[in-house]
Write a protein that binds this ligand. Structure first.
Ligand code: BES
Ligand code: MN
Ligand code: ZN
Length: 496
């Protein structure tokens, strides 16, 4: 699908989407088209429930050279922000595909009283259109043409084309980055295993990212017993993916991003039940988001120093698999009693976190993982859980998430929770006795591997990495939650 910007034509033709503001206020183009069709637009609105409220749409048949007219509700002027503009772009794409259109023109009329210029609205409309156009269909071999998305061309009409193109140039790297993350998360585990994930991440070196991949022999030398223990039942070799984007001031200590990359989580010997186990192909959503964020930072040449470490493993039951009760030694030197082999995320993350801190001395470390089912019980699919030892960092992450539409909710930590993971025979056990506070005890485990002075946050994205419903700019499936949040947080906190 191609997205282009264009100036206002003398006359419109084909399928056109136009803005209508709250309380049925036709904006300039809608008004012109209404007059040109002898009041068709007004009549159609009068015969419907469409009011121009934010996100409403109404299709009207055009006349002459016009195809289908889609009225787009932009709501009250102050509601038209970047996210709302993206939603409009997404709505048009979904509607055009449902209607079997090949091309559509979206007209961005100036809306009085908005914070955004028409050029900025146009750029975000274009981004939303692209993001909604994603489809993971590489394994569908029998689709008939009429079952495939029809839309090939989106033209965004705006008075200030050059400004819109400039604004879009800053946003466009988002598309590839989000698609990268959605692709790796959507791939089945027979195709995407640790070595294959690492191979795909290697592509980031074309953008100037330094990509290093450590295999099991190197990790063994480093003493990563917890990570290796998880991968030990799999025929697929575990990998540590290390990416560096050091484009900031020399004096700036880097930011570290850490990702959980369990390419498939059977639970190991503590085997999961069969129902829904296929979902565990997306247990690498954290690593996908972190790698996508690196792609976005490099794609827009962010002036910042960022390193990313992703722990890539497959958690399988096997004659060689680790057993409940095994004790492993982490890279930090602390020992862990593995009570439940299904609590594997924390075991791989603790070694990845330690590696990042030892090697890069980061000022801040943010880790993303589909860590616990319990966070879904707490927060559902609306927000990711945020755990942190640092309130300013939490607030900045929360603000970035709210702004970009990837919402976080801060959860508690504390010594009483921490005590629950003391082991009788080792330093720590990987789960507490009951299931109570399962997301918190998981975060407490991770916090034991945070070094003095490092501002740390853990985002439990188990409820948001995958969506069975989708939204205006995200088709159902992998969401790439975290890619834009991390980018926004870094842009706002470290690049100004
Ligand atoms: N990957 C799962 C968490 C998960 C569950 C993500 C459902 C997405 C949807 C994680 O490795 C896991 O198995 N966690 C266990 C922890 C338990 C054994 C303490 C869980 O949540 O049940
Ligand atoms: Mn698990
Ligand atoms: Zn898992």
């Amino acid at each position: 699908m191609k997205v282009e910007f264009s100036a206002f034509p003398k006359a419109f033709s084909g399928n056109v989407a136009v803005f209508v503001a709250a309380e049925k206020q036709l904006l300039a183009t809608a008004k012109t088209l209404d007059e040109g069709t002898g009041g068709n637009v007004e009549r159609a609105i009068a015969a419907s429930r469409f009011t121009g409220a934010k996100g409403q749409t109404l299709a009207v048949l055009g006349q002459g050279d016009l195809g289908r007219l889609l009225l787009l509700g932009v709501g009250k002027s102050r509601e038209l922000d970047a996210r709302a503009a993206e939603s409009l772009g997404g709505l048009v794409v979904a509607d055009a595909n449902a209607a079997g259109q090949k091309a559509v023109t979206i007209v961005v009329d100036a809306v009085k009283g908005t914070k955004l210029s028409p050029a900025q609205v146009a750029a975000h409309v274009a981004l939303g259109a692209q993001l909604r156009g994603y489809r993971f269909d590489k394994y569908k071999t029998k689709e008939k043409p009429e079952q495939k998305p029809s839309l090939e061309q989106v033209t965004v009409v705006v008075s200030t084309v050059a400004d819109a193109k400039r604004a879009y140039a800053r946003l466009e790297p988002t598309v590839d980055a989000v698609f990268f993350a959605r692709d790796v998360v959507s791939e089945p585990a027979n195709v995407l295993y640790p070595v294959e994930f690492a191979r795909r991440a290697k592509e980031l070196s074309e953008l100037g990212v330094k990509v290093e991949i450590l295999g099991e022999a190197e990790m063994k030398k480093l003493g990563m017993g917890a990570l290796l223990g998880v991968g030990q039942g799999s025929d697929r070799e575990s990998q540590l993916l290390v990416m560096q984007w050091m484009n900031g001031p020399k004096s700036q200590a880097p930011i570290a991003l850490i990702g959980k990359g369990v390419c498939f989580d059977t639970g190991g010997i503590s085997l999961k039940p069969a129902a829904g186990m296929e979902d565990m192909k997306w247990d690498m959503g954290g690593a996908g988001a972190v790698t996508g964020a690196m792609k976005l930072l490099a794609g827009r040449k962010a002036r910042v120093n960022v390193v990313a470490v992703c722990a890539l493993v497959e958690n399988m039951p096997d004659g060689k698999a680790q057993r409940p009760g095994d004790v492993v030694k982490t890279m930090s030197g602390q020992t862990v009693e593995v009570i439940n082999t299904d609590a594997e995320g924390r075991l791989i993350l603790c070694d990845a976190m330690w590696y990042a801190q030892e090697n890069f001395k980061p000022q801040a470390m943010v880790e993303l993982s589909t860590l616990t089912g319990a966070i879904i019980v707490s927060l559902g699919h609306e927000r990711a859980g945020l755990f942190s030892n640092n309130t300013p960092l939490s607030n900045k992450l929360r603000a970035a998430g709210a702004e970009i539409g990837e919402k976080l909710w801060r959860m508690p930590l504390g010594p009483k929770y921490d005590k629950l993971i003391d082991s009788d025979i080792a330093d720590i056990k990987n789960v507490s006795n009951g299931r109570d506070g399962g997301s918190i005890t998981a975060a407490q485990f991770l916090q034991r591997f945070v070094q003095e002075g490092v501002a740390w946050a853990h985002l439990d994205i188990a409820g948001v990495a995958w969506s069975t419903k989708g939204n205006d700019t995200t088709p159902k499936g992998a969401t790439a939650f975290g890619v834009r949040l991390l980018d926004k947080w870094i842009a706002d906190s470290f690049e100004r």
